[in-house]
Design a protein around this ligand. Structure first.
Ligand code: SF4
Length: 87
């Protein structure tokens, strides 16, 4: 049985990011600060509305949940493959 590689999707409402860098501090393998003083999802897809998305595996859920918990303006969300919003 092969594991579902993208069990979750992390979503970043980048336009509303205030650039506090907490997500990068918590999960530097997934989040990085950019020159415009907002963070980005490493290797994420940029949507036309400025949002970002990236599929992640089950093993990467907790660290990204921690990053989302650390965000003071709640612009990081995680959605399960079945559509259920985790955070
Ligand atoms: S923790 Fe939230 S506000 Fe801070 S840089 Fe990351 S996404 Fe932006």
């Amino acid at each position: 049985m092969s594991e579902n590689k993208d069990a979750y999707t992390i979503k970043h409402n980048r336009p509303d990011c205030i650039g506090c860098a907490a997500c990068e501090a918590v999960a530097p393998d997934f989040w990085e600060m950019k020159d415009d003083s907002k963070s980005s999802i490493k290797g994420g897809n940029c949507l036309e509305n400025g949002q970002e998305e990236k599929g992640i595996e089950e093993k990467d859920l907790q660290i990204n949940k921690d990053a989302a918990d650390s965000c003071p303006v709640n612009v990081i969300h995680i959605v399960k493959a079945d559509g259920e919003q985790i955070i």
